[in-house]
Write a protein that binds this ligand. Structure first.
Ligand code: F3S
Length: 366
């Protein structure tokens, strides 16, 4: 309660409002380190339990594939974190796309921490959430409430800049590149984006994830603003240059081809399975497809195809929050602009950013 009240005071909130769910980031031991484990343990020891459905972001490993390849010490620490969350009643969803497990109602209020999910919830699902930190999302889950400020208030959700996309965006990678470019330009302003010709939900997921990577914008609109505002124009060259800048690798041969940032939907799993067909992964290359255990269970045929090709469907984890450096991975190819942005710092790896088809062409023989 102290965390929520302090947060509310900082942003001049007048009251706490009830929430339908919380989503907690700060799960992976790689990004957390040791200090928060004591905090989580003390909280669980004191009897804290969540009072609304509260889900968890990805951890640093999966039990089927990565656990065997990583030092025991790291795996045990990761397990310790999950145990504390379990004691407090959090769902072991371990995904950054909790909306595929249970879609929040349009117009409902939630307290979510994962930035890509925050933008998706506000902009695509019409749910109301600020971008929480891990501790404030956990506090909100325990109390079942969050301070009413920011984009919980309808008047603060209005667009205040028009983004006119003149570039022709052909795939999710280009939607992601647009997000990286715009995140920097917008900082925390809310854009109305016009000129997107085929904005499927998965393309918007990539756009929003990237937007939140380089800026503090927590939602976008696809309808024009009612009042006249500043306009930012986006040309083909802006998107192309962003992809070039994010592709830091000198080599064209990655150690790892990674799809699934944010975690794949059922549609995406099917598309990957179809594109792989009967082809096999090249020697000395790894193919990882990351999703939630929930989505994996629903995609039997696609999972079989990916695994028969020599690829791996990993659940509850992603490349960015796992110890790829310890696994000897130096170059990561991905269709996700967010992963390409983080690879040099969080994975100490070079990145190659390319559309899905090109990623699979690189990973597979034939
Ligand atoms: Fe999700 Fe990891 Fe990307 S948590 S949004 S797959 S960096």
């Amino acid at each position: 309660m102290k965390i929520l009240v302090r947060l509310g005071d900082l942003f001049n909130a007048e009251k706490l409002i009830p929430i339908k769910s919380a989503h907690v980031s700060g799960v992976s031991y790689k990004t957390l380190g040791d200090a928060p484990i004591e905090f989580l343990k003390a909280l669980a020891d004191s009897g804290a339990r969540v009072h609304v459905r509260t889900t968890l972001n990805p951890q640093s490993l999966d039990h089927e594939y990565l656990e065997k390849r990583l030092p025991n010490r790291l795996c045990e620490k990761q397990l310790e974190i999950l145990e504390q969350y379990e004691r407090m009643g959090l769902a072991q969803s371990l995904t950054c796309t909790p909306y595929y497990l249970q879609k929040p109602e349009r117009g409902s209020h939630v307290a979510w921490a994962e930035s890509s999910a925050v933008v998706y919830a506000n902009s695509v699902l019409g749910t109301f959430t600020n971008r929480e930190g891990g501790p404030s999302a956990l506090a909100a889950g325990i109390i079942g409430k969050t301070p009413e400020y920011g984009i919980h208030k309808a008047e603060d959700r209005q667009p205040n800049v028009l983004v006119n996309v003149k570039a022709k965006l052909r795939n999710k990678t280009e939607y992601g590149a647009l997000g990286i470019y715009l995140g920097k330009a917008l900082r925390d302003r809310i854009p109305a984006v016009s000129g997107l010709h085929d904005p499927s939900k998965e393309r918007l997921k990539q756009f929003g994830a990237a937007l939140a990577t380089t800026g503090m914008t927590n939602m976008f609109h696809l309808k024009p603003p009612k009042e006249k505002t500043e306009t930012i124009n986006i040309d083909d060259k802006d998107v192309k240059q962003t992809i070039t800048d994010l592709s830091t690798a000198a080599t064209k041969k990655p150690d790892l081809v990674f799809i699934g940032c944010p975690h794949c939907s059922q549609n995406e799993m099917k598309q990957i399975g179809r594109l792989i067909g009967n082809r096999k992964v090249k020697p000395a290359t790894e193919l990882w497809v990351c999703t939630s255990a929930y989505v994996k269970e629903k995609c039997d045929t696609s999972v079989k195809r990916i695994e028969q090709s020599g690829g791996h469907v990993l659940t509850g984890v992603c490349t960015v929050v796992s110890w790829t450096e310890t696994l000897g991975i130096k170059t990561i190819m991905t269709n996700s602009a967010k992963t390409a942005y983080y690879a040099p710092t969080l994975n100490k790896a070079e990145a190659i950013l390319a559309p899905l088809k090109e990623c699979l062409k690189t990973a597979l023989k034939g």
